[in-house]
Ligand binder design. Structure first.
Ligand code: C5P
Length: 219
């Protein structure tokens, strides 16, 4: 399939984890590899799109003149970068595993191990995808849901709450799905449709996601 089905389209993708600083040497993060987002970026450029890839700390690399990559660290940086571009994109896909909370204060010096107990106060990070949903004008908006329980219910609730056009569910209960794996097993929901896919490589999952998004765009 070498059809340039996304020719002339701009696709914004968030990828990877975010790191939330505790002090100059430590952070709160997660195990997201960024593979799903980078696979989506690769597939989108193959289809002729211009891609804006906004990635948290990830060892993934991509070299393509049609991928404009911006590396960020924290959720707040990711939010700011997304909204530099959001207004002018046709499709936005939020595959980043954004930290839900960040330390309220970042210590200026390395925290010493003095006390037996250490309490770090956390405050909620901005929800980047929800903000995109609130500011949506013409964009086709795709979110992810990584769930461990009540998967479908939670995914459908997020579709509504975040004003998405489509949500991709990966359950941690499925072997080989989610986070660090090279494979993923997904279900896609829109307001009217639900479709389940087999376990496959993230490259092929990216194809399924973009095929489905394109089919919705043509509706
Ligand atoms: O609500 P939850 O974190 O499960 O939603 C997951 C979806 O929301 C993913 O698409 C993720 O990229 C996005 N998200 C975000 N900013 C956050 C939290 C999640 O963009 N702070």
């Amino acid at each position: 399939n070498n059809k340039k089905t996304l020719e002339g389209k701009t696709v914004l993708i968030t990828a990877g984890p975010t790191y939330e600083a505790i002090d100059p040497v430590r952070f709160i993060g997660n195990h997201s590899s960024g593979k799903m987002g980078f696979s989506l970026a690769e597939e989108a450029v193959k289809r002729g799109a211009k891609v804006i890839l906004i990635s948290g700390p990830s060892s993934q690399v991509i070299n393509d003149k049609n991928v404009d990559i911006h590396r960020v660290t924290s959720a707040k940086e990711m939010l700011a970068k997304v909204f530099e571009f959001y207004e002018n994109v046709d499709i936005a896909i939020a595959s980043a595993a954004v930290a839900d909370y960040a330390p309220k204060e970042v210590a200026l010096e390395k925290i010493k191990k003095n006390d037996d107990n250490l309490i770090i106060e956390l405050i909620k990070n901005p929800d980047i995808l929800k903000t995109m949903g609130e500011k949506k004008t013409h964009q086709f908006l795709v979110g992810f849901a990584l769930e461990t329980q009540n998967e479908e219910e939670n995914a459908k609730a997020k579709l509504q709450k975040k004003n998405l056009d489509m949500i991709v569910l990966n359950s941690l209960r499925d072997k080989g799905a989610g986070f660090k794996n090279d494979t993923n097993k997904i279900k896609i929901f829109t307001k009217t449709d639900a479709i389940e896919f087999e376990l496959k490589s993230k490259e092929n999952v990216a194809k399924d996601i973009l095929d489905f998004a394109e089919s919705q765009l043509l509706k």
